[in-house]
Each structure stands twice: as C-alpha cells, then as structure tokens.
Design a protein around this ligand. Structure first.
Ligand code: PMP
Length: 333
C-alpha cells in the first residue's frame, strides 16, 4: 500500500513547507517555514536523532538492550527516547535544569532515565554535554550520541531536510535562514542548497547570549546578554557548524522573537516554540535586506506546547522583563 510508512522511523521527515501568509504579504517575499514540529517526536531533532542512531547501528556500536546516552536541551533526547523505545534500547538523558518543565516531564513520561544538572558553561567538566560523554564512557554497552560534534547529525539534514526544501520550492529558494544549537540543521541544509545553487544566501540567526553572531560577523566568539529561547545559540563552534557557508548573520532579541510567535499564533494559527520566533524574525529581517520578490526558507523547529508554562504565561515573562504581546481585536464584519 503506497500510503503506509513503517513505524516511528518511517514517519520522520517529509514535513510540509508552510507559507507564512501574513508575513509574506507584509514583506512582498515568500516566507516559508519547514514544519519540523510535525515530526512524530515533535521537533526538528527527530531527523538528527534518527541519523545518529542509524549510523551507530551500522557501525555495530549498539546491541539490543544497549543504552543511548545524550546531553540535550530536550528535543534530541525526546527524539532519541522515541527511537530507543521503537528499536529496543534504553535512553539516558542529561539535561540542564533550566530547560522547560514540559520537556523534562515528557522525557520522563516517554521512559528515559533523566538526570537534570545545573547549567554550567562548556568549559566546566560538569557541563551537561561533557557529563553525558563521561557517563557513556563509563556505562557498559552504551553509546554517546554526541549531537554537537557527531557529523551524522548534519548528514541527516544534508540527506533529508535540504533535498526536501529544494524539491518543495522547485529549486527557487533565494535564502536559507536558521538559528543553530548543534548547527546540524543550519549546516546540513546550507551545504546541500549551496551545492545545488551557490547563489542561495545562507543566513545564521542567533539569540542574545550566544557567541555565534559575533563569530560569524567578526570572527570572535563574544557573547552578551541572555535569552529565554531554548535549544539555540552556542559559546563555541561545533564540528557540525564548522565549514558551513555563512553569508550573513542576524541577531534577534527576545521581545522580537516573542512578538513573532504570538503573531504566528494569531495570524497563522501556528503555536510555536521560542527558537521559531528567532528564525522567523530573522527571515523577515532577511526579506527586508533583500527586498520584495525573494523566497526565504526557515525552520519551524517545535511547538509552543513545550513552553506553555513559560512563553505563554504573562507572569513568567514579566519575571524575565518581557511583555506578553496583547492580542489586537478582531475586525468584525
Ligand atoms: N530549536 C529547538 C527548539 C531545538 O531544540 C534545537 C536543537 N537544539 C534547535 C532549534 C537547533 O537545531 P540544531 O541542533 O540542528 O542546530
């Protein structure tokens, strides 16, 4: 039967590319969002988790009953835990305690062994990523997914997300815009699109508190401020980001990201997470830089469900010095 996919794995990818109508009309560009929140584990990270797991299996690193260990802001751990359930492995997830209760609770519901740890910088040996590597090394039968520096991550996007975007736009894409956490999504798609057409403009979006905007624009890793967004920004250039084409970099503040996700909710009916606000606001900034008539693709990484108690709660936002956007009244008639 032609319409059937096989299990969780078969349902990863082939997501819609959604035209963001109001923003497209406002800018005169086609602003398109790759609907990665529609993956079966609910985020863009299902693709990386699947690519990493399949390569580990091919290399004979995982035996039935083995353990997959990962340090994650949540979404990679969620994707990996679904896949571990589907393929007969255990998942051990290390996550900073600053991440949303929704993601941490979901990981537990899915059956992962979850270790929450204080958020400390990468240079500290107890950083969640470094700790996950040590736990993997000390656990018999375990593999470390190592999403930041394992190139299986960006290969998954080079082989699936990039080709899907190229086909869905009939090759008529002018710019690719995305924030990076590991860099897998940004780099995998950028490398693929540039291979098809070197004129595609690749734009790195970055939240405050990340060092990648200064690195991309001046070659120095300097971070200033902070962000309420989760899963994006970095203090270092990961192996997955290394060597990726970057034509431009855009920094977006939290209030702008917030206004953007509320606009997506009210104008498009899309309930999105914070990194989507950074991505879509950066896509709009790119549209303004390029002028009307261009096609700009970005990523809708995950859903607002994962951040309801934060991004969609006025009191939480006020505690961060941010204003919950006010809904304009609907025109009647
Ligand atoms: N948005 C969200 C919500 C994420 O969890 C992540 C992954 N950390 C990203 C964006 C960035 O994806 P990548 O790791 O491929 O750079």
């Amino acid at each position: 039967m032609a319409g059937i996919t096989s299990g969780f794995v078969g349902a990863v990818g082939n997501t819609p590319l959604i035209r963001l109508n109001a923003l497209s009309e406002q800018t005169g560009c086609e602003i398109l969002g790759k609907a990665e929140f529609m993956n079966p584990g609910g985020s863009v990270k299902d693709r990386a988790a699947l690519g990493i797991l399949l390569e580990a299996e091919e290399q004979g690193l995982l035996q039935p009953g083995g353990t997959v260990v990962e340090g994650t802001a949540g979404n990679t751990g969620i994707g990996l835990t679904h896949l571990c359930n589907a393929r007969g492995y255990k998942a051990l997830i290390v996550i900073p305690d600053t991440q949303s209760a929704e993601k941490i609770g979901l990981l537990r519901s899915l059956g992962a062994e979850v270790r929450t740890v204080p958020a400390v910088p990468y240079r500290d040996p107890n950083n969640y990523v470094r700790l996950s590597g040590r736990i993997a090394a000390e656990t018999p039968g375990a593999v470390w997914a190592n999403q930041f520096d394992n190139l299986a991550n960006r290969r998954a996007h080079f082989n699936s997300t990039g080709p899907e975007i190229w086909q869905q736009t009939d090759g008529a894409v002018d710019a690719w815009v995305a924030a990076t956490g590991t860099g897998g999504t940004y780099a995998g798609v950028a490398l693929y699109l540039k291979q098809q057409n070197p004129a595609v403009r690749c734009v790195l979006a970055d939240p405050h508190g990340s060092a990648l905007h200064s690195w991309a624009s001046r070659g120095e890793l300097v971070s200033e401020g902070s962000s309420i967004t989760e899963g994006i920004g970095n203090s270092r250039v990961t192996a997955n980001l290394e060597g990726a084409p970057i034509d431009d970099a855009v920094r977006i503040d939290d209030q702008t990201a917030l206004e953007t996700i509320y606009q997506l909710l009210w104008q498009e009916g899309l309930f999105m997470g914070g990194s989507v606000g950074i991505n879509v606001a950066a896509a709009v900034a790119t549209a303004r830089r390029l002028g009307p008539g261009h096609t700009i693709v970005t990523v809708l990484c995950d859903s607002g469900d994962r951040y309801r108690s934060r991004l969609y709660e006025a009191a939480w936002l006020a505690g961060k010095g941010l204003h919950q956007p006010l809904r304009p009244s609907l025109e009647v008639g």
